[in-house]
Write a protein that binds this ligand. Structure first.
Ligand code: UD1
Length: 338
């Protein structure tokens, strides 16, 4: 079965391509290489023994999208990762985010709704919950006003899909709300490749330990949490990737309960920033240079997933630990810099 993965050379996309190929799917990747490297194809081949079909394509070019789907009418499912994801950048350049994340989603759905098999998986985010009143966060927690244009593109993206599903009964979709994806493939053949100074915690930790950054700033030590630092649900990217395969199989097997479903993807366990640092120091044997500084604007105190819906209905749960994720992230960082 032919599966289209947009953004398939990116961090989560590439790990998902590996899991799809491991399950015997034939993968076609679209990526514009704006935030990824063509070398990722070699990494995928090294792990799976198979190079996926790749087409460099900018989804903002509507005619190119039309032509692509004309050529690939036999697609059995689409996993749509291609998007920008830097919160700060989205605040400074909202129109770029609305064009890249929303405009392209519309172009995709316009073509997918012409296909014989209309199975669509969308990358959403726990950012839609903001600071939830109740923890752990269930899928029924209210969506709150977005803190950034990036966050808004995830909310609006979900709404666009939901509205399209209402009038297209053939269109079957699942929105996956990721908590904090981290780590790398255990082989260190693929991993996260942030361009410039990383904004996210784990790449900042590994880049500091390898000597690329002077010191990690821990944003805020006075939160109302046991150690004063923020709490997040860090999920190993390999577990996350496997959830996409399970979700896709649910749609292909017509096991979905409605044509628009939402699942949280997390471990169910919250970890503080200091706990993440401790895990890193334990598995790497390195001492991390860090300092507690002021809070970062827009950060919520705590977010972690209620996972029972994904566990029971998708039949998926995480298998890897925070230590596994930190060890794999460190192995990857060492390989990239060697
Ligand atoms: C961020 C985004 C979120 C997005 C996700 C994926 C914000 C406010 N949220 O999630 O919308 O879906 O990335 O890209 O940007 N931290 C430090 N020092 C650092 C970096 C981070 O202490 O140098 C702390 C943060 O305060 C936070 C935790 O580490 O408590 C995780 O931060 P990060 O990795 O940026 O993820 P989120 O902010 O949860």
């Amino acid at each position: 079965m032919k599966i289209l993965v947009t953004g398939g050379l990116g961090f989560i996309g590439s790990h998902t391509v590996v899991e799809l190929q491991n399950e015997g799917f034939q993968v076609v990747i679209i990526d514009d290489l704006s935030n990824s490297s063509i070398n990722v194809l070699d990494g995928i081949e090294a792990i799976t023994g198979k190079k996926p079909v790749f087409e460099k394509l900018d989804l903002k070019e509507k005619q190119d999208v039309i032509n692509f789907f004309e050529k690939h009418k036999d697609i059995a499912g689409v996993i749509h990762f291609a998007a920008n994801k830097a919160v700060g950048e989205s605040v400074n350049n909202p129109l770029m985010y609305y064009e890249n994340n929303i405009g392209t989603l519309v172009y995709m759905l316009q073509q997918i709704t012409k296909l014989e098999h209309q199975n669509f998986i969308f990358s959403s985010s726990c950012t839609v919950y903001g600071q939830a009143e109740e923890l752990p966060i269930t899928e029924n927690a209210p969506v709150q006003a977005a803190e950034s244009p990036y966050g808004n593109t995830k909310q609006v993206g979900e709404e666009i899909i939901r509205d399209t599903c209402k009038v297209n009964e053939k269109l079957n979709t699942i929105a996956l709300r990721y908590f904090n994806p981290i780590g790398a493939h255990p082989t260190a053949e693929i991993g996260e490749l942030p361009i410039g100074v990383p904004q996210n915690l784990v790449p900042y930790i590994t880049q500091t330990a390898i000597g690329l950054r002077e010191q990690l700033s821990v944003f805020g030590g006075d939160y109302p949490t046991p150690d004063g630092t923020c709490i997040r649900d860090y999920i190993h990217v390999v577990d996350l990737a496997k959830a996409h395969v399970v979700a896709l199989q649910r749609l292909i097997g017509k096991k979905n309960a409605s044509n628009y479903e939402i699942f949280n993807l997390g471990t169910g366990t919250g970890s503080s920033v200091l706990e993440v640092i401790n895990s890193f120091e334990k598995v790497s044997g390195e001492k991390l240079n860090y300092k507690i500084v002021d809070r970062r604007e827009g950060d919520v105190t705590a977010a972690y997933a209620e996972t029972s819906y994904a566990n029971d209905v998708l039949g998926w749960k995480t298998e890897l630990t925070l230590d596994d994720a930190m060890a794999s992230a460190w192995k990857w960082e060492q390989k990239v810099r060697s």
